[in-house]
Design a protein around this ligand. Structure first.
Ligand code: PRT
Ligand code: ZN
Length: 210
């Protein structure tokens, strides 16, 4: 039996469940249950907060997980990735108030930037030789400039309408992300074989979708 952690409820949930089903795996999922067993494959599904998934897979509480690369890299565990899944594509971007002049990332020197991704942003800024004050907030990052909490923000963007609605202009793409399958690095031979079967099926599903 192999254990797969997926997001309980959020942007990744529906696509994660459909991917498992399209792999020919049957299970009953209920919004009350925190785990469920597949009926035709030795798989147990755990429903977790996405932020907890990389750590649980690293520790072996779950063998596998589905999570956004943004969360995986922010957790400092990029080496757990085994397979890109092609959904939940988004980008982590820097944005400034629409009226502000902005020429390049050097303009952020010494500025206050609000983000939920201090690790990824810190690495990016350091790579550009920029020192800024990062304020880590866990949600509603886009309102930070309008309430005087920050000069700029760095957050996840997909359509761009949240930035627009908050009077912000996207100025740099810091990181591109999609959902990925992750795996514990010390799986037993038996679990490794199950992982390979799953990857084989996931690749077939992706090819069929194209
Ligand atoms: O409760 P839990 O902790 O499990 O979930 P969560 O609230 O932390 O995450 P959730 O469900 O919002 O997102 C899960 C993953 O989906 C993220 O980690 C990304 O990998 C991916 N993803 C894809 C997105 C978006 N698109 C997205 N648009 N995550 C967040 N957003 C938010 C963004 O933060 C911003 O507030 O949507 C807003 C921007 O959207 P647009 O379309 O207006 O640009
Ligand atoms: Zn989360």
């Amino acid at each position: 039996m192999i254990r797969l952690a997926i997001q309980k409820s959020g942007r990744l949930s529906e696509d994660s469940l459909s991917l498992i089903r399209e792999c020919g795996i049957s299970f009953v999922s209920s919004s009350y249950k925190l785990k469920t067993e597949a009926t035709n494959f030795p798989l147990e599904i755990l429903y977790l907060r996405d932020d907890d998934i990389p750590g649980y897979v690293q520790d072996g509480v779950a063998d596998l997980g589905v999570v956004g690369q943004n969360v995986l890299v922010e957790a400092g565990l990029p080496e757990l990735e085994v397979e890109p899944l092609g959904f939940s594509k988004c980008r982590l971007s820097l944005a400034v108030p629409r009226g502000e002049a902005y020429a390049s990332v050097a303009d952020l020197q010494g500025k206050n930037i609000a983000t939920s991704y201090p690790q990824i942003l810190g690495t990016y800024l350091a790579g550009h030789g920029v020192q800024a004050n990062l304020h880590t907030i866990s949600g509603s990052v886009e309102i930070a400039p309008s309430i005087g909490l920050a000069d700029a923000i760095c957050d996840i963007v997909s359509s761009g309408s949240t930035l627009l609605g908050n009077g912000l202009r996207e100025v740099e793409t810091v990181f591109r992300s999609e959902a990925v399958l992750i795996a514990n690095r010390a799986l037993s031979a038996e679990k490794q074989a199950l992982l390979e079967q799953l990857q084989f099926r996931m690749q077939a599903v992706r090819r069929a979708r194209r």
